[in-house]
Write a protein that binds this ligand. Structure first.
Ligand code: CMC
Length: 389
């Protein structure tokens, strides 16, 4: 493999080389603002703390899609549209029932979302009105896909969606086969609010890049799911929980401080920490930490919370690195009984609102996204016949 060290390469022709596009501004947006120094996050004008305290996930969806809060009839209309579209087309349900039970849930979600396009009369990029309909359809159907696959892979009867209730309530109902209590619904709803939108992260960039070729919204969201799945992005929450469960297996001998230090000494990343934009505590992590502490006490899982706190302090002392959204969301989901390999799917069923909002924004003011790469290979080599290689 070529070494991509650019020290001795003439880069004068390329004034904007930037590995990882760090700090590059490629779009303007009204969807969200992040102040990485202050630890501030705003969705379409509203601070995440205000939304966490007052909003529902459905209100946040409307906010992201329309850049304003809904009035009560608009909110009721959106809620009934979401409820009306929860059912899956039967071929998609059949796929979920028959696919490999050991498949990664994010892979199944990605494939199923891609299939949904076939049942929505998708023909290319669509008008803004059609795209809003597609955004509602995907937001309504993703929870059904996730819950149905989890039940199918465990040999359980698939639970049909309810004709009532919030996205959070219906998801927990379909997943567990019983209606959740108010506290569990509120926890899930808050998690959905906190994960809905986050600037030009890798999956949103993917969605906008696909949109910019004038491809359809289902293609953009399918690509975005692929990007979110990776452990450096949304897949980190599952990795965090797996770490804590590994510690739990050590039967009372778990030492999260030593574990963290040893990993750092090996130059390994600790999942759930660090961020490209935040150089301080991720404001979403504050809310999740509070929830994690409370839920771990309620469920007798204090150890998991204590270990998380010990890792947090060690990371701060050793590297001055703070947790991101994925760190405490792991223990929050665990406390409400969700299996670790579904965590990134939950991130997805929320983030679809942000991706679709960005798709609509990109489509309204589009230019093909086409950066360049610095070629560091050889040029114009002589052809060597096969038998001489
Ligand atoms: N553990 C240990 N060291 C870290 C970590 C970490 N989690 N994150 C950053 N660092 C160190 C890194 O080793 C590097 O040190 P040095 O300068 O000595 O080489 C320095 O901090 C800068 O890190 P980077 O990887 O160059 O930063 P980046 O902006 O390219 O990457 C990141 C950001 C989120 C990919 C990275 O922090 C990371 O890999 N974190 C762990 C995975 C994770 O939790 N991902 C979820 C991100 S938030 C949710 C989302 O948006 O998806």
């Amino acid at each position: 493999m070529a070494q991509h060290n650019l020290e001795n390469v003439d880069t004068s022709e390329y004034p904007h080389i930037n590995k990882g596009l760090d700090g590059i501004v490629a779009f303007s947006t009204t969807k969200s603002f992040i102040d990485g120094q202050k630890g501030e996050l705003i969705y379409s004008g509203y601070n995440i703390d205000t939304l966490a305290e007052n909003a529902t996930f459905e209100e946040v969806c409307f906010l992201l899609w329309h850049d304003r809060l809904p009035n009560s009839s608009e909110l009721e209309e959106l809620k009934s549209d979401l409820i009306a579209q929860r059912e899956l087309p039967s071929p998609v349900l059949e796929y979920i029932k028959t696919t490999n039970k050991d498949a990664e849930p994010m892979s199944v979600l990605r494939s199923a979302v891609s299939m949904l396009a076939d049942f929505q009369a998708v023909k290319g990029k669509g008008s803004e009105e059609e795209n809003l309909k597609h955004a509602v359809a995907m937001t309504a159907q993703m929870p059904t896909i996730i819950a149905a696959f989890d039940r199918a892979r465990n040999g359980l009867e698939i639970v049909a969606p309810l004709n009532e209730g919030s996205t959070a309530f219906n998801f927990l109902y379909m997943l567990n086969g019983e209606k959740p209590g108010t506290a569990a619904e509120k926890t899930m709803d808050l998690c959905l609010i906190l994960h809905a939108e986050h600037g030009m992260n890798a999956s949103t960039f993917t969605a906008r890049t696909i949109c910019a070729t004038e491809s359809d919204m289902f293609s953009a969201v399918t690509g975005a799911i692929g990007a979110l799945k990776g452990p450096l992005h949304g897949g980190a929450n599952t990795a965090v929980m797996n770490t804590l469960l590994e510690l739990q297996k050590q039967n009372g001998k778990a030492d999260p401080v030593a574990f963290t230090k040893e990993k750092l000494a090996r130059k390994e990343k600790i999942m759930g920490f660090g961020h490209r934009v935040y150089k301080t505590f991720d404001p979403r992590a504050f809310h999740l930490q509070k929830m994690s502490k409370q839920l771990s006490e309620e469920t007798g899982q204090e150890k998991l919370y204590d270990w998380s706190e010990a890792m947090l302090k060690t990371m701060k002392n050793e590297k001055n690195i703070d947790p991101n959204v994925d760190f405490f969301s792991a223990t929050v989901y665990y406390s409400i009984g969700i299996k670790p390999d579904l965590y990134t799917c939950i991130f997805t069923m929320s983030r679809v609102s942000g991706w679709s909002a960005h798709y609509i924004e990109q489509a309204a003011n589009n230019r093909l996204i086409r950066p360049r790469a610095l070629y560091i290979g050889e040029k114009n080599l002589d052809w060597v016949p096969l038998e001489d290689r």
